[in-house]
Structure formats: structure tokens, C-alpha cells
Design a protein around this ligand. Structure first.
Ligand SMILES: *Cc1c(COP(=O)(O)O)cnc(C)c1O
Length: 369
């Protein structure tokens, strides 16, 4: 049998450990009793995006495309840790309330670990592809006649009383795992960026990034900390308003949350980093969503674009200087929630299947080479 590590080393290639538990074990609550678990999550692309930078109004912008994780969102980073720790503690069933991506991720890692996932979904408020994903991985899905916030209340109540492990982002292992994205950014850039912008719903991810950047700085791996900008949808912006929102309303379903569970730590992340929460309208979110794909070839889900929209608004307001080195987190993949992407006009009459007809429709000049 060939050893791929040795083979790669022979060719001068370094094969890194894959999956966040293996790569960042010393930064995670991993013990000798923690089972190995991985779908090779993490190590997502940090893409230099000059054409998007021009639109946003900054000189240097990178997009960390978290949609490249195994289930298509950053949720995998924390879920792999939460599920491994649940198995370590003897749990055979995990549970979450979800706007979709947490459910898909919990279901995938439960399948991988050979345990059961139960997902509580607010009826009619979850993108169809995310439900299909969770069901495909074998989750037990229960639709509740409510929004996300009340569904999380039910999950918390159930897991407090019954033999089921809660894997929402209030689970500290989720936050520890999600902090690995901050380590990766610093490892790739060689330093912390000036500004980090990301969408904020329940507030878990912004808390994880802040914890991660501080931990790397305290360990001496980086010298500075980024300013953190949290983008919230205008119709679901409790952290901008400073109070809960009873009926959150936005097309950005992954951040349609009125009572963020990680309120205090999210406020601390924006405040201590000298950053801010910024509300962006659905129109601004969809504009950023289109510019990401058209200018850079990065197709994320609409919610994912809220960080880009918030950064652009912050620059326009004179709050973020144009010479800052910025990183935007694109949290989930575009194929998960494609209803806002352009569609082919099914009503337009199809052309005859001939070279001449298609060439004429495209006004193509004759080939010169
Ligand atoms: C979960 C999620 C968010 C919000 O993250 P929080 O930790 O809840 O603030 C944003 N975008 C996508 C695509 C998500 O799945």
C-alpha cells in the first residue's frame, strides 16, 4: 500500500491534516476520549476579490467562502466538534432548532457518527433545499408552527429534560469549532485583517470569530485584532435596534432571527473590537448577492451577502476607511437557496436547434483565428 503523505512529500507537496478536529486539535476541547470525526470540513478558500473591492469601496478585500464546507455552510466547523463531544459523552441523539443550515449540518455529522439527529424546523420558513438535505442525511425532521426563536425555546426545553443533546450554537463546542475560521484567516494572511464583516443571526458566529482572533493574538501568533462588522437584515435587526424583534421579516432566511441566543457575546464582539452592527435592506442584500457572483464568480446564499452589504454601507458612511484590509465571510452556498437567483425565461420561445439560429441570436462575429 502506498502512503499518500510520503508520496506527496517525495513530490515536494505537503498534505495537510484535513478536518478541523485534526488541524486545530490543540485549540479545541479534544481529549483522548474524543472520537475522530470529519467530513474534511474547514480549510475553505480565502479568495482575493479586487472587482468586488472596487464596488464595496475598499482597496483590499478577501472573501472567505464558507459555502465550500461539506454541507455548504460554516455550520460544519462547529457541528463536527459538537457531535464528536456528544458521542464522547454517550449521547445517541442530537437535536437542534434551525433555519436550515444547522439542520443539514447536524444531520450529516450524526449520519457520519452513526447517531440520530432530530431537527425542529419553523414551518414554511426554511429553504426547500436545506430541508431536502437534512432528510437525505436521515434526520428526523419535525415542522413546528412557529418561527425560529420559539423553535429554539422548544429545543432547549426538550434537551434540558430528555436524553437528547442540544447542538444549537448555544452549545460551547459549536463556538469553539467555528473559531477555527479565524485561525485559518490568520494562517493564510500571516496576520489578522483590519476589518472582518459577516452576517449575524443568532450571534454565534460573530462570537466565535472574536474568540478565535483573541486567542491567536494571546498565543502570540498575531499582533493585532480586527474590527468586526455584523450585518443584520433591516427587518430582523435586534442587535442594531438594541431590543428583540417579535416578527422578524427578511428574504435572508438564515438570519431571520428576532431574539439572538448569543446576544451578550455578539454585542461584546462588535463593541470590544470597535466595530458595529449595521442594518441592510433586503434590496441591499440582494444587490451584494448579485455582485458577488457576477464580479467574482462566488455564488453564495442571499443571507451570506449581508456582511458584504454591511461593509459597503460602513464605507459609504465613512465609518470604515477605504484603505483597510477587509475580509468578508460568505457563510453558505448559493445552491441552498436559489429562489432569488436569475431564472431562465421558460415562456420565451425556444430557438430551432441549429448553429445558424443560435449564432444569429447571439450576433456572433465569424471566427478569425
Ligand atoms: C447560521 C447562518 C448565519 C448566522 O450565523 P449566527 O451564528 O446565527 O449569527 C448566517 N448565514 C448563514 C448562511 C447561516 O447558515
Amino acid at each position: 500500500m502506498t502512503d499518500p503523505q510520503a508520496h506527496a512529500a517525495h513530490r515536494g507537496i505537503t498534505v495537510n491534516a484535513r478536518g478541523v478536529l485534526a488541524r486545530y486539535a490543540s485549540f479545541l476541547p479534544v481529549t483522548s476520549a474524543t472520537p475522530p470525526l470529519s467530513l474534511q470540513e474547514g480549510d475553505t478558500p480565502l479568495i482575493s476579490t479586487p472587482r468586488l473591492a472596487a464596488w464595496v469601496g475598499v482597496s483590499e478585500l478577501f472573501v472567505k467562502f464558507e459555502g465550500m464546507n461539506p454541507t455548504g455552510s460554516f455550520k460544519d466547523r462547529g457541528m463536527v466538534v459538537a457531535v464528536a463531544k456528544a458521542v464522547e459523552s454517550g449521547a445517541r441523539t442530537i437535536m437542534c432548532a434551525s433555519t436550515g443550515n444547522t439542520a443539514a449540518s447536524a444531520a450529516a455529522y450524526a449520519a457520519r457518527a452513526g447517531i440520530t439527529a432530530v431537527v425542529l424546523l419553523p414551518r414554511g420558513k426554511v429553504a426547500g433545499a436545506k430541508v431536502s438535505q437534512a432528510l437525505a442525511y436521515g434526520a428526523r425532521a419535525i415542522a413546528l408552527d412557529t418561527g425560529f426563536d420559539a423553535a429554539l425555546d422548544v429545543a432547549r426545553g426538550l434537551t434540558a429534560r430528555y436524553a437528547v443533546e442540544l447542538v444549537n450554537s448555544v452549545n460551547p463546542h459549536r463556538i469553539a469549532g467555528q473559531a477555527t475560521a479565524a485561525y485559518e484567516i490568520c494562517d493564510v494572511l500571516g496576520h489578522a485583517p483590519d476589518v472582518l464583516a459577516l452576517p449575524v443571526g443568532n450571534g454565534g458566529n460573530i462570537s466565535a470569530y472574536w474568540a478565535g482572533f483573541r486567542r491567536y493574538r494571546d498565543a502570540g501568533y498575531t499582533a493585532s485584532l480586527p474590527i468586526i462588522i455584523g450585518g443584520q437584515a433591516a427587518g430582523a435587526a435586534p442587535l442594531v435596534l438594541g431590543h428583540p424583534v417579535d416578527a422578524p421579516d427578511t428574504i435572508a432566511s438564515a438570519i431571520r432571527i428576532g431574539r439572538p441566543a448569543s446576544w451578550d457575546s455578539a454585542v461584546a464582539a462588535a463593541g470590544e473590537s470597535h466595530g458595529e452592527f449595521r442594518a441592510v435592506t433586503d434590496a441591499e442584500i440582494l444587490e451584494a448577492y448579485r455582485e458577488l457572483s457576477r464580479r467574482e464568480g462566488i455564488f453564495c446564499e442571499p443571507s451570506s451577502a449581508a456582511g458584504v452589504a454591511a461593509l459597503r454601507a460602513s464605507v459609504a458612511a465613512g465609518r470604515t476607511p477605504g484603505d483597510a484590509e477587509c475580509v468578508c465571510i460568505c457563510t453558505g452556498h448559493g445552491l441552498k437557496d436559489a429562489q432569488f437567483a436569475p431564472a431562465l425565461d421558460d415562456h420565451a420561445a425556444p430557438l430551432p436547434a441549429t448553429v445558424e439560429a443560435v449564432a444569429a441570436a447571439l450576433s456572433l462575429p465569424p471566427r478569425q483565428w
